[in-house]
Design a protein around this ligand. Structure first.
Ligand code: PLP
Length: 224
């Protein structure tokens, strides 16, 4: 049967589920909804904008530039763009020019490239450290045990303070232990923001204190 649910309906459903999860957890505030538009066709993104969505997440610099720096450039004002995928140092300048938030900082070399780029572009996005909570070899992110040293080194060497932490739990595991770990790490280091939760687990993440959830397919439908 054809699915007649519109993008606006999907967004309302997700926002409702976030509100319900926050209420269950006794939270007074709500996490921000980051609509992950990677690999989604422009007409769906258009519908999402029309529904009132203002925060978008992208995985790749080039794809994001083509969309938000070109095709949707007239709509860019008033939006917040977040890079949630791995970033190569040689794309740091493009990334600082385009994004308001970079959530995938995971190494000193990248920090150096971002700071150098920010000198040129006059613009340093808000930065999150990605933490590899599942300690998966193929996944990027700082290992939990290395986080304290990394944060203090960034502070000492560059006077750099991060806004928060981000994680992507292993696909085959329950997400909540990873969300707990990320929350404890953020608390221990006095970091205010927690980016955690995707389509399958944004309600759990909301219950466990996410300040933003990154939702793609539950909002837009399956990616191409
Ligand atoms: C693709 C992606 C998402 C969104 O995934 P969905 O399961 O479609 O919600 C969230 N975070 C990151 C880092 C992603 O790469």
């Amino acid at each position: 049967m054809e699915n007649l649910e519109t993008i606006a309906d999907k967004r309302s459903t997700v926002l409702g589920a976030i509100r319900a999860a926050a209420k269950r957890a006794g939270r007074a505030d709500l996490p921000e909804l980051v609509a992950v538009s990677k690999m989604q066709p422009d007409d769906r993104v258009q519908d999402m904008l029309a529904a009132g969505q203002t925060i978008f997440g992208e995985n790749r610099v080039q794809e994001a530039q083509a969309r938000w720096g070109d095709r949707f450039a007239p709509r860019r004002e008033g939006l917040e763009l977040r890079l949630i995928g791995p970033l190569q140092s040689n794309k740091a300048q493009d990334a600082t020019a385009l994004f308001d938030v970079i959530e995938s900082v995971d190494r000193e070399k990248l920090v150096k490239a971002l700071l150098k780029a920010a000198e040129k572009t006059g613009r340093l996005p808000r930065l999150y450290v990605q933490v590899n909570t599942g300690e998966e070899p193929q996944k990027s992110g700082i290992l939990p045990e290395d986080l304290p040293d990394f944060l203090s080194r960034m502070k000492q060497e560059y006077d750099l303070t991060f806004e928060g932490l981000m994680c992507i739990p292993p696909a085959a595991e329950a997400a909540s232990p990873h969300f707990w770990l990320l929350r404890n790490l953020a608390r221990d280091h006095g970091l205010a923001k927690l980016s955690m939760g995707m389509s399958g687990d944004y309600e759990t993440a909301t219950e466990l204190g996410a300040t933003s959830v990154r939702v793609g397919s539950a909002l837009f439908g399956a990616r191409n």
